[in-house]
Ligand binder design. Sequence first.
Ligand code: PLP
Length: 400
Amino acid sequence: MNTKDFIDIEEKFGAHNYHPLDVVIEKAQGVWVWDVEGNKYLDCLAAYSAVNQGHCHPRIISKLKEQAEKVTLTSRAFRNDQLPLLTQELCEITGYQMMLPMNSGAEAVETALKAVRKWGYKIKKVEEGKAEIITCTNNFSGRTISIISFSTEEQYRDGYAPFTPGYKVVEYGNIEELEKAITPNTVAFLVEPIQGEGGVIIPPAGYLKAASDLCKKNNVLFVADEIQSGLGRSGKLFAYQYEDIRPDVVIIGKALSGGCYPVSAVLSDKEVLGVFNPGDHGSTFGGNPLGAAIARESLKVLVEENLVEKSFELGNYFREKLGEIETAHVKEIRGRGLFIGVELHPVAGGARRFCEALMERGVLCKETHSHVIRFAPPLVITKEEIDWVVNLVKEVLQMP
Ligand SMILES: *Cc1c(COP(=O)(O)O)cnc(C)c1O
């Protein structure tokens, strides 16, 4: 079977809720992937930052195999010997008192939304049914009905009404709007410290700190969605660390398992996660021993291979090299660490054609918001590999 055969089958039997580049990948290692025709590509998307540790990291795969042969699922009806160690190790690395494990990112966001509402009623004493959560324009936190209820992307909501009430949306980066939106019923402010799907948008300097101060002053929980920006992507363990703050709640997923398994988590302290009693919330697969063993090893790889520091240094290098390209198409190059957005002028004809041209040359990346090319390779990329990518980027950005 060749590329076209696979695509035809998927188009016929699979729902068309994605518009992928037409490359059919059959294997991967580190920053490289190979398609069914034997072509090799450097992956500059890293599965939306889920494979920060690189594809099929030998240590993570070895743990996966080892744990798969022992026990994969107990459900939380019984305990297992991996989850306790993951809870401890994750809390030690991140400095939070507690964690709650889930699977996908959206589930962890839902968990955080439930936690802050319950905290609002039980601890802050908001009147039952009145809790409000403030979110930002241009946000992306997943695809469930409640999460898209506060999306500002028309397509994400189209056809899915009625929506979950209890959300207010304020402009990302606008501290006055946030201040005005807070009421005695506000329980939380949910924000991405860097908006990934929104186009690698970095808020104005001081915004996160000011927002965090406002939250403290008003007894509102500051919730950071670090599912994409966290775990090294931004050049720090968490993107919120670029400002001197400590969110009350941090949501992680994606790279928590090095791309080997869906594992997500909500991190917070006893005051918030302590609101859950047995039966209040759960998941059959959340905290399963296979996922927990994989997440433990993925965190160790992140720390022991200094991937956070590498992301910081190589990100600076990557952006500097991109900045040297002479082209009329680029409006702005921005990012932190290896989380890079290249925004094109509207007249450039959209980012998709450049992504397709890069694919033909052996680099995989994906447009976000039609006019931004995101470069977010696995954090194990080398300087030489960056040079190689930048040369090809230069070639395509110099197309008419
Ligand atoms: C990807 C992402 C999510 C959702 O994660 P899923 O695993 O796709 O459900 C939530 N928030 C942010 C910031 C993300 O990038």
